[in-house]
Design a protein around this ligand. Structure first.
Ligand code: ADP
Length: 262
């Protein structure tokens, strides 16, 4: 199923969660970026178009400003993301460079999606970049996104971006293999749900546990994002970005995940 979905999709949005971009001790996982860029480049060579939604500004910021690690004040957190966004893009550029691929940074807020003019501009920019063989890397603009105007999680941002760009497929990379009947981090006997045809129904039959330290949305926002994306006919896959060469493994059918089809 996953293999077929990817084979049939030309335009793919891939969202990479904070937990995938941070290693076990909370440091920025640079090797993931290199491995991801190599696999994305291989897909692009095969004629696929890729848009990346990348979290990780905060984790990247902490690598540069570890003295701010304990500062919880909102202005410091926004400042940390502003510092981290530069580190993040530097890392992405370095990762894609060996494959002769340029990247572009797009920072968005909820307001941008509510304004017809801005939406049109965003859409046109995305199309132009991708048509020119550039890999757009989207993130929320944390500097201007105070709580009230925040999209708040990159799962929703990824779904909105997929809709805006008329993508064929949305892939959410997290630190779990997919949706489970209960939190796999708490329960060793949690069972993976491989296919979801009715999200509202599955929501009633599973237990949603807490998100991880760097994660913002948790599994609930992934379900909401899948719902949003499906309402525009775009199927979604939730899978583990922490597995070795996860994109290749998905393409070959070696890696499992949850496919949202309805
Ligand atoms: P990311 O940063 O990758 O977006 P989040 O921390 O926001 O990830 O969300 C993923 C986390 O949700 C998982 O690490 C897992 O511990 C937690 N979780 C809670 N309940 C479930 C469930 N029923 N199935 C899968 N994951 C769950």
């Amino acid at each position: 199923m996953i293999t077929n979905l990817i084979a049939d999709a030309r335009k793919i949005v891939i969202k990479i969660g904070s937990n995938t971009l941070a290693d076990i001790d909370g440091k920025f996982n640079f090797s993931f970026l290199d491995e991801f860029a190599e696999q994305a480049a291989a897909l692009i060579k095969k004629g696929k178009q890729i848009v990346v939604v990348s979290s990780g500004a905060q984790v990247a910021g902490l690598s540069a400003m570890d003295k701010w690690a304990r500062k919880k004040d909102i202005h410091y957190r926004q400042a940390l993301c502003a510092v981290g966004q530069v580190q993040l893009m530097k890392a992405w550029r370095r990762a894609f460079e060996p494959h002769s691929l340029h990247i572009a940074q797009i920072l968005l807020t909820r307001e941008d999606f509510n304004d017809a003019n801005r939406t049109l501009n965003m859409r046109n920019t995305l199309f132009t970049l991708v048509d020119e063989g550039i890999v757009p890397i989207i993130n929320e603009n944390d500097t201007v996104s105070v709580e009230e105007i925040k999209i708040g999680d990159n799962d929703t941002l990824a779904a909105r971006s997929a809709i805006l760009w008329s993508a064929d497929l949305l892939i959410l990379l997290s630190d779990i293999d997919g949706l489970f009947d209960k939190n796999p981090k708490e329960f060793t006997n949690a069972a993976l749900v491989e296919e979801v045809k009715d999200i509202s129904l599955i929501e009633k039959n599973i237990t949603i546990g807490a998100a991880n330290s760097f994660g913002t949305g948790g599994i609930a926002t992934k379900l909401d994002a899948a719902k949003l994306s499906l309402s525009y006919g775009i199927p979604a896959i939730l899978t583990n970005g922490g597995k070795p060469r996860c994109i290749e493994a998905l393409v070959s059918g070696a890696q499992k995940g949850t496919v949202f089809l309805g």
